[in-house]
Write a protein that binds this ligand. Sequence first.
Ligand code: AP5
Ligand code: ZN
Length: 217
Amino acid sequence: MRIVLVGPPGAGKGTQAAFLATNLSVPHISTGDLFRANISNETELGTLAKSYMDRGDLVPDEVTIAMAKDRMEQSDAADGFLLDGFPRNVQQAEALDDMLQTEGMKLDGVLDLEVPEDEVVKRIAGRRVCRNDSSHVFHVSYKPSQKEGVCDLCGGELYQRDDDSEDTVRKRLEVYHTQTEPIIDYYKAQGLVVTISALGKVEEVTQRAMEALGSKA
Ligand code: AP5
Ligand code: ZN
């Protein structure tokens, strides 16, 4: 299956993607994680991306689309993928459609995670991620690690993302409303969108998501 996950910052896209990708046997492709890996490896792309991410702005389309395309062309994504954080504006959605069309492929569904803003703020404020791998995600109250400050998965140090400060989160939410939400209408016009509530326990949301995606399989 080829699925796009959409939802505000802190909705739980990364958390759900990890379970959904396993259940659907497709790779989880997160442009945010790809950028963060570039930042920790101190690549040129990482330096460029960091200057936008720290302000809560989108990284320019040209580099983002090239990076996402490169990842989607890897062999593990040949039969499907779960995109998390891409596309993030209508131009990126159009570029993805063009890419898929060239290969004779199409998306199967777009899963829209709905969460009220006050919950998103709580989720982001308590989020801690692993220095070794930003897909290792915890929360100080909702999903605490067994040992404070230490990743249960790899023993790495847990830290608060640079873009999780209050000001940057406000900016990211604004960018989400103005630039990313329009892709929901873009995909609704293609009949691809299923919307679910992302409130409740992580496993309850996964269950809801699997049922919703079942209608698109
Ligand atoms: P990105 O990394 O994609 O950030 P985001 O979209 O803002 O999403 P988050 O990672 O903040 O949240 P999430 O929805 O994954 O939530 P999570 O599962 O962690 O992008 C970062 C930046 O990169 C962007 O601002 C931009 O600059 C750049 N970028 C990325 N893609 C781009 C693109 N395509 N174009 C241009 N620029 C791009 O969960 C949050 C917390 O809540 C965690 O602590 C978790 O444990 C907890 N939690 C999750 N589910 C639950 C639950 N059900 N109950 C209680 N707690 C929960
Ligand atoms: Zn880790």
